[in-house]
Design a protein around this ligand. Structure first.
Ligand code: F3S
Length: 430
């Protein structure tokens, strides 16, 4: 890779050992990718925490969080002192919710270590957003801004809805980017790679978050890591909002590896079909109608055998305040069935708003919990004895049966709340 004089000075050690290691890692990473140079970034979303037992033991053995950062973010065999982040950086979700030690099966020592880790993260100038949806809590890059983000559902939102530019980075490259403000210039940073590859013609009018999740799951499965362009021939009757596009992208990046899509007339690089494809012809034209919708719903519910529900998880990706408000509309005055638990995940900043609005109280009065920082898939935590779970998220319905072996029902938020209150899944495809 070609380096600027400033980048070369960082690689030569001008800014200390940690920055030198970070530049060395970015050089090796960029060479492996075939990148010719680095690009400046002022917006990084990554993880530097140590919430798994393995990392906690590593930190205890090797001398704390600098050792964790050196090994797992910088790929450095020797422990170097880590300076503060050079550019605006926020922390993604973590391994559990420290406010719910019992539910998450945490001992006091683990919670204490988590607190120390939070001190380390904040002390290094990294925002404690603790969410897979940084764009919901103040990290909203602008169109064309070069970013270095991890977390597939955040990456696809960043690229597609915001029109900012990132590849799906890892713990190592985001750690190196935090210290240098650099990331390899390749993939979706490059204008020419951002044009559509597959045309998806909609034969259905979509309205609900549930329907956008189903479409995303089908699209990801069909196009894998390519760039789908979604087009409604007669126009969209309902323009999808943040939560619908959040669920669409998360689903498409779960069943496939979609990192960028265009929705004609809605997302910023697709005012028209022509703009979405540039001068290229689509590699394939696919149609999505009632039969595809039903087949996708059946696929997502393929593991569900028993209708006796033990657990309802909402908030994948982390719920918006609008979704929490919707849940309170569905839950107020009702009670969760004694044989069932409901955990709802949201960023901590949004929970603070829910607390002030009285939503948390409505949720708790009904017997559900509003939780933060993590989710069942990340923490590998579900209520004890859970065999059958229900989700309004295609992403969580995709992952949790594979991770924890539970049976999964996928339905609307209202169907999930009805199931929680009845203790039985009653939903059908509407
Ligand atoms: Fe977020 Fe967990 Fe879903 S981290 S996107 S809630 S799998």
């Amino acid at each position: 890779m070609r380096l600027t004089p400033d980048e070369q000075a960082m690689l030569d050690g001008r800014d200390g050992a940690a920055v030198q290691r970070a530049m060395d890692l970015l050089m090796r990473y960029g060479d492996a990718l075939g990148a010719e140079r680095l690009i400046d970034t002022r917006n990084v979303c990554g993880t530097i925490s140590a919430t798994t037992p393995f990392m906690r033991q590593f930190a205890a053995r090797k001398g704390g969080m600098d050792a964790v950062f050196s090994e797992f973010n910088l790929d450095s065999d020797d422990v170097v002192e880590i300076p503060k982040a050079k550019v605006y950086s926020s922390h993604l979700q973590l391994g559990f919710d420290p406010h719910e030690p019992e539910r998450m099966g945490l001992d006091e020592q683990t919670v204490q270590f988590y607190r120390q880790g939070e001190g380390y993260i904040a002390g290094h100038g990294v925002q404690l957003a603790n969410t897979c949806t940084p764009y919901q809590v103040g990290n909203v890059p602008t169109r064309g801004e070069h970013c270095a983000w991890m977390e597939s559902s955040a990456v696809v939102y960043c690229n597609s809805v915001l029109g900012a530019r990132t590849n799906t980075e890892g713990r190592e490259s985001t750690g190196a980017a935090m210290l240098t403000g650099k990331i390899p210039y390749w993939g979706f940073h490059v204008e020419a790679n951002r044009r559509g590859t597959h045309l998806i013609e909609l034969d259905l009018d979509l309205e609900s978050t549930f329907d956008w999740g189903l479409l995303g799951y089908w699209v990801g499965d069909r196009v894998q890591e390519k760039v789908p362009v979604i087009h409604a021939g007669s126009g969209l009757t309902h323009v999808p909002n943040l939560q619908r596009l959040k669920h669409f992208g998360a689903a498409a990046s779960s069943s496939g590896g979609v990192e960028l899509y265009h929705l004609v007339g809605v997302t910023p690089e697709a005012n028209t079909l022509e703009q979405a494809f540039g001068r290229k012809e689509p590699m394939q034209v696919l149609r999505y109608g009632a039969a595809e919708r039903r087949a996708t719903w059946e696929k997502l519910n393929a593991t569900a055998e028993s209708s006796a529900i033990d657990y309802v998880m909402l908030g994948c990706p982390h719920y918006s305040i609008e979704q929490i408000w919707e849940v309170t509309q569905l839950l107020e005055g009702r009670k969760v069935h004694p044989g069932c638990e409901v955990w709802i995940f949201t960023p901590r900043a949004i929970k603070a708003l829910a607390d002030r609005n009285g939503y948390t109280k409505i949720i708790e009065d009904a017997g559900a919990r509003l939780m933060t920082d993590s989710c069942s898939a990340m923490s590998r935590a579900v209520p004890k004895g859970t065999r059958v779970a229900a989700f309004d998220s295609a992403k969580q319905a995709h992952y949790l049966p594979a991770i924890l072996g539970v049976q999964a029902w996928f339905g609307t938020t209202a169907q999930c709340i009805d199931a929680a209150c009845a203790g039985r899944w009653l939903g059908a495809l509407e």
